[in-house]
Write a protein that binds this ligand. Structure first.
Ligand code: BMX
Ligand code: ZN
Length: 302
């Protein structure tokens, strides 16, 4: 059984074929070019699926930024991280064109399921997943199921307000967690305060490791912003485990800073929480989306 997985983030689209054992192969990565708008993005996705079509794909699993109606496989609402993505009927459009059964899920909900089945949250029934990238995404897993709220959009942790009257966010609000603690925010802070241009999240950490104390200070402030959101989430959900995803959480410096500061910032009775690094890295969304497709079509039972 072959599942074509697509993971659509604010910056990159990742693709790959996944089998029922969780093996990922024929992977690819291209820029999302979100600024070109939802329609251009949808056309690009159809092109990509077309490129994989002669590889005997049986199912398609899509994980995407934006709030997803998993019944219809369409976007309930997306922020301006992907302008024009709101309302996109991803499942219908793909199934009409290719006649391959397709499932769609929010990127971090998919990553959380991937981590639950194949990664850091194996054996954890109730946990949170938070990813730091273009935006900040969240997932609430309760008894092995995604908690969706009344209308399907629960877990948009990026839009918790951490600064009243603060920075403008792409959701239309002000002072959101994502505007301070995403990788986009970190990069903007470094560029603004040092005059550097054209840098990536990975560059920021490399520059710190080369001994730049100013950049280290900016990273420390950013990690305090990351911690502020996590402290609130822990106090709301009292989870046994929080899985942290996104390339920046693969940096030992980030995860060590969070682990060594979190306990003193939460109430004593919440301190049993384990802070884990996502294990599936780049493949979490793909594996989660594939898992959803395989489970829904009865190929695997977990
Ligand atoms: C935003 C929001 C979330 C998404 C999160 C992480 C949109 C388009 N995105 O808060 O739905 O899960 O970013 O997305 O509404 P990423 O782009 O960082 O992967
Ligand atoms: Zn916001």
């Amino acid at each position: 059984m072959k599942v074509l997985g697509l993971d659509i983030g604010g910056t990159y689209i990742k693709t790959g074929i996944i089998d029922e054992t969780g093996r990922v192969y024929e992977t690819g990565e291209i820029p999302t070019n979100a600024h070109l708008g939802g329609q251009v993005l949808m056309n690009r996705i159809l092109e990509i699926i077309g490129e994989y079509k002669d590889k005997d794909v049986n199912l398609i699993g899509i994980s995407t930024a934006g709030q997803v109606d998993v019944k219809t496989g369409s976007i309930i609402h997306a922020t301006d991280n992907i302008p024009g993505w709101t309302g996109m009927e991803i499942k219908r459009i793909i199934e009409e064109k290719f006649n391959i059964p397709t499932w769609v899920e929010n990127d971090v909900n998919a990553a959380a399921l991937g981590e639950a089945v194949f990664g850091a949250a194996k054996g954890e029934k109730s946990f949170l997943c938070v990813t730091y990238g273009t935006g900040i995404g969240g997932a609430i897993v309760e008894n092995g199921e995604i908690y969706r709220g009344a209308y399907g959009s629960a877990g948009e942790f990026g839009h918790i307000i951490t600064h009243v009257g603060g920075r403008a966010c792409t959701c239309g609000g002000n002072g959101c967690y994502e505007a301070y603690a995403s990788v986009t925010a970190l990069i903007n802070d470094v560029m603004k305060q040092t005059g550097m241009t054209g840098i990536t999240g990975r560059d920021v950490f490399r520059i710190m490791e080369e001994g730049n104390r100013d950049v280290q200070k900016i990273i420390d402030n950013w990690l305090d912003e990351v911690l502020a959101g996590l402290v609130s989430l822990i106090h709301i959900f009292n989870p046994s485990c929080i899985v942290l995803g996104g390339g920046v959480m693969n940096q030992d410096y980030s995860i060590e800073y969070i682990r060594s500061n979190i306990k003193s910032r939460i109430m004593q009775n919440y301190r049993k929480v384990a802070v884990k690094k996502a294990l599936l890295g780049n493949h979490a969304g793909l594996l989660g989306a594939a898992f959803i497709a395989l489970k829904a079509s009865g190929v695997i039972e977990i």
